[in-house]
Design a protein. Structure first.
Lengths: 204, 157, 103
């Protein structure tokens, strides 16, 4: 009679090894999937800030044409930059009327989803992700900008609480320095301009 | 007891322990933070720098604007002083953004390119600083033969 | 010749571990490369420099243009602008030539 080629120890060792291997193989992609989110979050935050600060929006009278009734049906794109003489965009100068209109649209849940879709934050129809975002206008000291006592812009999805954030990278903030087309209550006047800070926060 | 062939089990155990320890270390360490994180910080600083230069570039801006502070620059012994208003305003902006800055002026003096550093913004930047520039049409006796000046802002955190 | 089958298990396990390490590093590198590629787009395109030239091109003065060219060259760029919003900008990665830089 011949001895068995496979000993019991071999089988034990092999099974322990394979068990661990399969466990790790299933577990591991989850780690990198979370880390990969960071890359697209930063891009989205930069892109949204550029769209708001450097683009007057489509079409140039969107802030007068769009209101809560037709925000779902019309094709438009929000943008806050001033547009003068029908030809020139003034970069980094934000039009108060456009800011107020964006705040109005973002405070209504239906319109907010539509605005997020038009800004490219909802890619689910194309098989991509959706993002949540929040945009606020503050002065250089960090306080929200108010006009006639009302907060001008602090709208979007509700920011997650501190306890919900597990590690940095799940939420990204991008800041831009801008100035406003009209005077408001609490901006810093620098070089004869009403200077403020636009903060765009994006998370999953 | 037959002690032969225990090496197989030991091998299996050792290999699985190795994988477990390696995976655990990867989870716990922050090394797995995507390197694009530091790139992102650079992008944020760079864009802020461009924004600051653009916002300060107001043709009717008085002493705090780029044109205004170059027009009213004073110099002595190779040191260049911007108007107090500009210095305090720029310091206020930089402090609110938690960054430090260095401002240099570069202009063409006939056949040479000359550089001047503003006294109030003359700290040495760290290696990870970003640098942004803007051309401003202005002139000043302190900057001989200059008709356009490159304002270079170096920012770091 | 007699086949020596000793040590086959060690080799199998070593091969499996190597495959694991390779796949981990592949995933990790993709992570890095994706980050670098997407963030380079912002760092590489000189959007602000081109807009600066666009704004300068409103009033063209030969001496100013000459000084701008020299200052650009010091930074490693080739700049030119002409009347009516014509702007040219070249750096190591980008060549930009627009008849109307506002568009």
């Amino acid at each position: 009679m011949e001895d068995g080629k496979l000993s019991l120890d071999l089988l034990m060792g092999l099974s322990i090894f394979l068990f661990t291997f399969i466990f790790v193989a299933n577990f591991l992609p989850g780690v990198f999937a979370d880390v990969r989110n960071e890359i697209s979050l930063a891009n989205q935050a930069y892109r949204i800030s550029a769209l708001l600060v450097e683009d007057p929006g489509y079409n140039s009278t969107w802030f007068m044409d769009i209101n809560p009734d037709n925000c779902r049906g019309e094709e438009y794109r929000p943008g806050l930059a001033s547009y003068v003489n029908d030809t020139t965009t003034v970069f980094n100068e934000l039009e108060i009327g456009k800011i107020e209109k964006l705040a109005e649209l973002l405070s209504i849940p239906d319109c907010r989803e539509r605005v997020k879709f038009l800004l490219g934050l909802n890619l689910s129809e194309m098989g991509g992700q959706t993002f949540k975002f929040n945009v606020s206008l503050r002065n250089l000291s960090g306080e929200l900008i108010t006009k006639d006592g009302n907060v001008l812009l602090n709208h979007g999805d509700i920011l997650p609480n501190h306890g919900d954030i597990i590690y940095p990278g799940q939420i990204v903030k991008f800041e831009r320095i801008v100035y406003l087309s009209q005077m408001v209550d609490n901006c810093h006047i620098i070089a004869e301009r009403c200077v403020a800070k636009l903060e765009v926060v994006v998370w999953i | 007891m037959d002690l032969k062939a225990q090496t197989f089990t030991l091998e299996g155990v050792a290999a699985s322990l190795l994988i477990l320890i390696a995976t655990y270390t990867i989870f716990q360490s922050t090394v797995v933070m995507s390197p694009s994180w530091s790139e992102f910080n650079n992008i944020q600083l760079k864009q802020l720098g461009y924004d600051i230069l653009r916002v300060l570039d107001n043709p009717e801006g008085g002493n705090s604007s780029l044109r205004g502070f170059i027009d009213n620059l004073t110099c002595s012994d190779g040191r260049y002083f911007a108007p107090a208003e500009f210095s305090s305003n720029l310091s206020a902006i930089l402090d609110s953004l938690h960054t430090s800055g260095r401002v240099e002026l570069i202009w063409v003096n006939e056949s040479r390119i000359e550089t001047a550093v503003l006294s109030n913004f003359s700290k040495i930047p760290t290696p990870n600083a970003v640098r942004v520039s803007r051309f401003v049409v202005s002139s000043n006796d302190c900057l001989p033969n200059a008709m356009v000046v490159e304002v270079r802002l170096t920012l770091w955190r | 010749m007699e086949m020596n089958e000793k040590g086959q298990m060690i080799l199998i396990f070593a091969a499996a571990v190597v495959v694991i390490i390779l796949s981990l590093s592949y995933i990790y590198t993709q992570n890095i490369i994706a980050g670098i590629e997407s963030s380079r787009a912002m760092l590489a395109f000189p959007k602000e420099e081109i807009r600066n030239l666009c704004e300068l091109s409103v009033n063209v003065n030969d001496q100013i243009l000459e000084q701008v060219r020299i200052l650009c060259a010091k930074n490693g760029w080739v700049c030119n602008y002409g009347p009516a919003y014509r702007v040219e900008f070249k750096n190591a990665e980008v060549e930009y030539d627009a008849r109307d830089c506002r568009r």
